[in-house]
Write a protein that binds this ligand. Sequence first.
Ligand code: NAD
Length: 255
Amino acid sequence: MNGRLSGKVAVITGGAGGIGLASARRFAAEGAKVCIADFNDEAGQAAAEEVGGLFVHADMSRDEDIEPMYAQAAEYFGGIDILYNNAGISPSDDNSILDTELAAWHRVMQINATAVFLCCKHGIPHLQQRGGGVVINTASFVALMGAATSQIAYTASKGAVLAMSRELGVQFARDNIRVNALCPGPVNTPLLQELFAKDPEKAARRLVHLPPGRFAEAEEIAAAAAFLASDDASFITATPFAVDGGLSQAYVTPE
Ligand code: NAD
């Protein structure tokens, strides 16, 4: 593995599991010093140990956790170069707008959108102090296209992430700060595996839209994040960066 991120300090929210953990491993393998920020202390500690980084307890549902998270990481590593705002939730009580309660809407918007706002608000000044840096905000393919199997708050929150990232990318371009919205397609996670086990028909209905005929692996999203974080992506900013196997561009897929 080359050292594209050598000497860079990255703070990854939700870095204790799923795509965040795969990214922490990939970033560390490419030379980055990684701060895992998560509300799962046990998994977060283990992840930080594994990648030789720092664990900071931070709950994205608590506004007051976010500024100190960056302060702690900056003090420990001497600065921050990469904000990877990855933590997100998609709870089962968020579905059709006709059934979704306001409480579920607020919970999803808080973690998926408001926390990303606060991460950018409190994290970008650290990048400015370094003379530049990178922000990766995790959106989703559902920010790009509509689904009849609706998760209305989730989709709206990811749309907010997409628009916010575009605006920040434009605003901070001359500060040498790149901001992109990473838009993964469906990823092979425990949640999806459970869906397949419980309801193969429902799962197959999703798979038919994917040109490669399979979901992504977390490592494939991590590889894209590492690219965006690196100087190889030096002219890529303010963009919806789809890593979706062609899903968002497909009309009919192979049988
Ligand atoms: P995951 O559930 O596997 O992992 C999420 C991580 O975030 C966990 O470590 C969890 O502890 C942490 N987390 C959850 N709530 C938190 C909170 N309040 N404060 C701090 N940490 C918290 O999720 P994932 O599948 O790896 O998804 C990561 C991101 O990618 C999310 O933003 C998700 O919306 C997005 N995404 C996922 C998929 C997919 O198919 N998995 C597709 C598109 C986008």
